[in-house]
Design a protein around this ligand. Structure first.
Ligand code: IN0
Length: 413
């Protein structure tokens, strides 16, 4: 569907989309003048799109630490992901990464596109890292060390059991939660959150990514990447790749629903973590990715398209989440709405229906018991497009501007 079609189908996406565009323009103009910081912030915008905007809203000192933490993690990820690096070269790089961040002369060329630039010019990241406060540096160093070791462990090991799955997700995302909690605490704005809840925040995000990216990971060249645990998929197929074949559609969707049900077990911990945050900008930074995750799970659940192509929340819905997430009431509201959507998709004949429904009911109970589910705009998408007069006027204005612009650009003859 074209841009105009999407706006016609979801007219209330228009305003938050415009706001997001303006915010992105504004953020891009705020790149710091020092070359190393300029590199870090422009790289952040290139690799993380909307998430960069939320980082940008953090208080300056914490924002710099999070920006560097994010780029260090991306660099580690680039090394881990690059299948052209032999294992005996890759493992020592991963396990010594906590030293590389202190060394402005270190670099290792790998990855493609923006990630190649990040790796080639990693000295800018190290230079900026060395300007952070000691407590920020120590938190980043500690997590880099533990994550590098964990990634190295899983290079030679497949994700067999659900325990392995939780362990892998702990290394690549749970530790990010632990690191961020330390950075928030170091900034003086938050109490130190428990490792357990911090880990759950990362696991919920990473499990959602793993579910959503099934096809991309299985089709990876030269070698598939497999993160779905055998303990789950073996109940449905003999090989993980069999899930993508049309003749296995029914089993594939059941397996997918099993994976979503597994991810849902982290929701209550995530709500607890977010409810304890005090600083509004830190709260938004944490809450937006979490709402995106539950929204993505709602979209993926019972959806065969996960095995056929890309299933992502539409840009307008992302813009709406960014626009509307201000306090815990908004989070409870969003989790309640997306749980409703998930509940409506559960088929009684699904082998995990009872478990899925009981997890969703528990989430809804937490949201209801918060006592703040009041009158608010719903995230649930109406299936019928609504054409309202405000939209038609808006569209008319936009088209007129576009027409005038195109006319002005026509060469005079
Ligand atoms: C993140 C997380 C993140 C943000 C806030 C609190 C967190 C607490 C625990 C763990 C992770 C937390 O959020 C980002 C979100 C992101 O990058 N979104 C992408 C969208 C997309 O589809 O990729 C964007 O471009 O906007 C996240 O996914 N991860 C991440 C990485 C580093 C940091 Cl500092 C924070 C990655 C991951 C693997 C889930 C941890």
């Amino acid at each position: 569907m074209g841009c105009v079609g999407v706006i016609l189908k979801h007219p209330d996406d228009f305003y938050p989309l415009m706001k997001l565009k303006i915010a992105a323009r504004h953020a891009e103009k705020q790149i710091p003048p020092e070359p190393h910081w300029a590199f870090c912030y422009s790289m952040l915008h290139k690799v993380s799109r909307s998430f960069a905007l939320v980082i940008q809203q953090l208080p300056t000192e914490l924002r710099n630490a999070v920006c560097i933490f994010y780029l260090v993690l991306r660099a580690l990820d680039t090394v881990e992901d690059d299948t052209s690096i032999p294992t005996d070269v890759k493992v020592p790089i991963l396990t010594a990464f906590q030293h590389h961040i202190y060394d402005c002369d270190w670099h290792f060329s790998c990855g493609t596109k923006n990630y190649k630039v990040l790796m080639d010019q990693f000295h800018h990241v190290s230079t900026a890292f060395l300007e952070l406060g000691k407590s920020y540096q120590e938190a980043i160093e500690d997590i880099t060390k533990r994550m590098g070791a964990g990634m190295a462990k899983f290079i030679c090991k497949e994700v067999e059991t659900i325990n392995d799955y939780d362990e892998y997700c702990h290394y690549v995302a749970g530790l990010v939660g632990l690191g961020l909690s330390k950075l928030f605490h170091a900034s003086g704005s938050e109490d130190l959150a428990s490792d357990y809840l911090s880990n759950s925040m990362g696991l919920f995000l990473q499990k959602t990514n793993i579910i959503r990216d099934y096809l991309e990971d299985i089709n990876e060249i030269p070698k598939s990447r497999m993160f779905w645990p055998r303990e789950i998929w073996r109940k449905y197929v003999n090989k993980l790749e069999d899930l993508k074949y049309e003749e296995n559609s029914e089993k594939a969707v059941q397996c997918l629903n099993d994976m979503v049900t597994n991810a849902l077990m982290h929701v209550e911990d995530c709500l607890k973590y977010m409810a304890a945050l005090r600083d509004p900008s830190i709260f938004r930074f944490c809450a937006i990715p979490q709402i995106m995750a539950i929204g993505t799970l709602a979209l993926c659940y019972n959806n065969i398209e996960v095995f056929r192509g890309v299933v992502k929340m539409r840009r307008g819905l992302t813009a709406k989440v960014i626009d509307r997430t201000k306090m815990m009431a908004d989070v409870y509201g969003a989790f309640f709405d997306f749980s409703c959507m998930l509940k409506s998709k559960v088929n009684k004949s699904d082998p995990n229906a009872t478990k899925t429904l009981s997890r969703l009911e528990a989430v809804q109970k937490t949201c209801r018991d918060s006592g703040v589910l009041n009158k608010r705009k719903s995230y649930i998408v109406r299936s019928q497009p609504r054409y309202n007069s405000a939209l038609i006027v808006m569209l008319f204005i936009v088209l007129s501007i576009l027409f005038a612009y195109l006319n002005a650009k026509r060469p005079n003859n």
